[in-house]
Design a protein around this ligand. Structure first.
Ligand code: ZN
Length: 126
């Protein structure tokens, strides 16, 4: 059963709605950008994500392979969601930015410092 959850950046300029279940699986990643912010990845398919406000305030940042697009609120600097490299059909929402968030069932620790090897290993076990 999917239900709607609301999320936003710190100042509230960027806000979105997601459809997801009451218990979720999240990722934590040790790459250079995720570890700095202790980002909690909740992957939401593009069709289950609606940006309700703040599109014009999003600032994009890319580095390395430039396959991911990191999106920051230009007012408060918080990345509440972004386009990850690992899941091209989904956004990664920061669970820390979701109000009354779903409960976490499992946490996958993704070795983003060795991105290609880690993703290949995960795909094998799926
Ligand atoms: Zn903000």
């Amino acid at each position: 059963m999917l239900r709607k959850f609301k999320g936003q950046c710190h100042c509230g300029s960027v806000a979105f709605l997601i459809n997801c279940s009451n218990t979720v699986d999240i990722w934590k990643c040790n790459c250079t950008i995720c570890s700095i912010s202790d980002y909690q990845h909740l992957f939401i398919e593009h069709a289950d994500f609606t940006l309700t406000q703040g599109n014009q305030l999003l600032t994009s940042y890319q580095f390395g392979s430039k396959n991911a697009e990191h999106l920051f609120c230009s007012v408060c600097g918080i990345k509440s969601f972004y386009q990850p490299r690992s899941h091209p059909g989904s956004y990664s929402v920061n669970l820390n930015c979701v109000s009354n968030p779903p409960s976490v069932k499992t946490i996958t620790f993704f070795d983003g410092r060795n991105f290609d090897e880690s993703l290949a290993r995960l795909k094998q076990t799926e």
